[in-house]
Design a protein around this ligand. Structure first.
Ligand code: ADP
Ligand code: MG
Length: 161
């Protein structure tokens, strides 16, 4: 288990963190030809959607990245992989995800970014990476915990802030 803690100041740094995590996980999902799950934990306004926006834009998406609050999931299909951005805040019953065919999302070459994963307890697979975001005055504290990435990969992310 590898982990790292640091803080980031301002929306741009949160987007940059998303891009930094994408630069490691997107090549990895293609190399392993599997789906990687990233849980995004943190209160409303902690920066989960901002992180996701940075992640998705860094992959070359040219449009507006909207919060999938009402659709629960927004897919982004690229040539060789997909990103699934989930926001489960409004999920009433984890079974809803079964009806959506959630398992299909996790057998593709993809990275899933999951806001409010706790709302789907028991239905989602174990995450490969968990990113905790919390308030600290005008910045945010970040903790990344993972069994998939190496400690030196996490240290290289931290070194960018
Ligand atoms: P969530 O999806 O967790 O509810 P959002 O990303 O929608 O949060 O909103 C986060 C808010 O906090 C935005 O107003 C954004 O500008 C701001 N923000 C994001 N990252 C930081 C940061 N590192 N420092 C200060 N403010 C931030
Ligand atoms: Mg959000």
């Amino acid at each position: 288990m590898a982990n790292v803690k640091f803080s980031i100041t301002g929306e741009e740094e949160t987007q940059k963190l998303g891009a930094a995590v994408a630069s490691i996980t997107v090549p990895l999902c293609q190399k392993l030809n599997k789906s990687i799950l990233i849980n995004l934990e943190g209160d409303l306004g902690a920066g989960k959607t901002t992180f996701s926006r940075g992640f998705i834009l860094s992959c070359g998406y040219k449009d507006i990245v909207r919060s999938p609050t009402y659709t629960l999931v927004e897919p982004y299909d690229f040539d060789k992989f997909s990103i699934y951005h989930f926001d489960l805040y409004r999920l009433l019953d984890p079974e809803e995800l079964e009806y959506m065919g959630i398992r299909d999302y996790f057998d593709k070459t993809s990275v899933s970014l999951i806001e409010w994963p706790d709302k789907a307890q028991g239905v989602l697979p174990q995450p490969d990476i968990t990113i905790y975001l919390s308030y600290a005055d005008n910045s945010r504290n970040v903790e990344i915990v993972t069994e998939l990435l190496q400690q030196d990969e996490l240290d290289s992310i931290k070194a960018q802030f």
